[in-house]
Design a protein around this ligand. Structure first.
Ligand SMILES: Cc1cc2nc3c(=O)[nH]c(=O)nc-3n(C[C@H](O)[C@H](O)[C@H](O)COP(=O)(O)OP(=O)(O)OC[C@H]3O[C@@H](n4cnc5c(N)ncnc54)[C@H](O)[C@@H]3O)c2cc1C
Length: 404
């Protein structure tokens, strides 16, 4: 069988999207995932118009839209007062799509289902990579996670989509300091409170914030963020700790927490790559998603950027062609194509990561006076100048896929 070959390390949203994007362009793809099965962590996910446009390129935009619920709602103070209402019609008019909320498992299922049969191999951990160059293929050393033997695979292209603690990033960028803790922890959950929750909202307190997102099937995806030391655990149980921190917040925050069993709470420290990677490639290896630009979640763009990466990467490397692996590079030389990918993606995704960090400073403002000024300013700005308020999302939501 002909065609150029790609190995993708990691089957998160980024790796699966890369596998689909490359396969659609005729590449022979293998996606290697260290876990024994694909189990998406994180309950729900906001998917912005830029990512829906990227999913359109993969033929998955409409299936995602039919599974999604309109984000709607807006931002409230912990007391319940609305500070800003999201006008989804205005978002649609301006960006052609809305900001929607999906179950993570739905998105992962769509992406995995669009991979060619037998492209996905689970229980396979990438342990090292030799990046190759124009005349020499890249090599990937893979181990079975059950202690099974190791093997070395060769490919025209390797995609490192192995997440925030990327082993490939450590190997190829040994001087990069890696992820840092933001000082906060996030709890995520899926639950089904009674009575059901009506409207989506992000709710801002002092140093804390919460998001409540009703889903299409009547369940609710919620996230709760609070200052906490890295690696901490609540001694009396996470649910109890959350009720202590958020118990006096407006409805529906306390009852959403109460309705969730302890085992439904996913606790994770919020970490990010505060030192941006200057480029997202080495030789024939492209970094993508959290491996390249793990960001704080305050703009809900980490996975959206990963899907954009996948689409731009597949565009940059061109069609898989019909030459055998290692044969002629068809029309596109992979290392040069990855330099172009890097030049396009690194400035954009690094800027979104920086903006997410700035958004954290506003969302989790701790001082009473600062939070009061923030709330009053947000309420006034969204009332008086909603168009100006929306302009800040122009660059992020306005991304267009590259044209052939
Ligand atoms: C609280 C929170 C809320 C968020 N909300 C949103 C949101 O609303 N919208 C949004 O767009 N983004 C959001 N994000 C960000 C989003 O979750 C991530 O950016 C996205 O999931 C990253 O996907 P990824 O595929 O790059 O990495 P991951 O999802 O981490 O996937 C990496 C995969 O690689 C595998 N792997 C790791 N090492 C190896 C190896 N050596 N060999 C083989 N496989 C390996 C892992 O097992 C994993 O399956 C949020 C993040 C957080 C923390």
């Amino acid at each position: 069988m002909g065609g150029r070959t790609a190995i993708v390390a990691g089957a998160g949203i980024g790796g699966l999207a890369a596998g689909c994007a490359l396969a659609r362009r005729g590449w022979r793809v293998r996606v290697l995932e260290r876990a024994e099965e694909i189990r998406p962590v994180g309950a729900g996910l906001g998917v912005a118009p830029n990512a829906l446009r990227a999913l359109d390129v993969l033929g998955l935009g409409d299936p995602a839209r039919t599974r999604a619920l309109r984000g709607g709602g807006g931002i409230r103070a912990a007391s319940g007062r609305w500070l800003m209402r999201t006008d989804q019609d205005a978002v649609r008019r301006r960006f052609g799509d809305e900001l929607v909320v999906l179950r993570r498992s739905d998105l992962v299922g769509l992406l995995a289902g669009a991979l060619p049969e037998s492209a996905l191999r689970t229980g396979a951990r990438v342990v090292s990579v030799a990046p190759g160059r124009a005349g020499r293929l890249a090599q990937v050393k893979v181990e079975g996670v059950d202690g099974g033997g190791s093997e070395v695979l060769e490919a025209d292209l390797v995609v490192a989509a192995d997440g925030i603690d990327s082993a490939v990033r450590r190997e190829l960028f040994p001087r990069h300091p890696g992820p840092v803790h933001s000082g906060a922890t996030c709890w995520r959950l899926l639950t089904r409170p009674e009575p059901p929750v009506g409207e989506a909202a992000e709710i801002w307190g002092r140093g804390h914030c919460a998001g409540i997102m009703p889903l299409r099937d009547g369940s609710v995806y919620a996230y709760l963020v609070a200052p906490a030391p890295e690696g901490g655990r609540a001694e009396g149980g996470e649910r109890r700790a959350l009720l202590e921190a958020f118990g006096d917040w407006c409805d529906p925050v306390p009852r959403v927490i109460e309705s969730a069993p302890e085992e439904a709470l996913i606790r994770g420290d919020l970490r990010w790559l505060a030192t941006p990677l200057p480029e997202y490639h080495r030789g024939r290896v492209a970094l993508l998603g959290d491996a390249a630009h793990a960001m704080l979640p305050y703009l809900g763009q980490g996975a959206c950027q990963a899907i954009e990466d996948a689409v731009e990467l597949a565009h940059a490397v061109g069609p898989g062609g019909s030459e055998g692996a290692g044969g002629s590079e068809a029309s596109v030389n992979v290392p040069d194509a990855l330099a172009a990918y890097s030049a396009s993606r690194a400035p954009r995704a690094n800027a979104v990561a920086a903006a997410s960090a700035r958004a954290e400073r506003v969302t989790r403002m701790r001082s009473r006076a600062g939070a009061a000024v923030r709330d009053a300013g947000l309420a006034a700005a969204s009332r008086i100048t909603p168009a100006v308020f929306m302009r800040q999302f122009e660059r992020t939501f306005g991304w267009e896929p590259p044209k052939d």
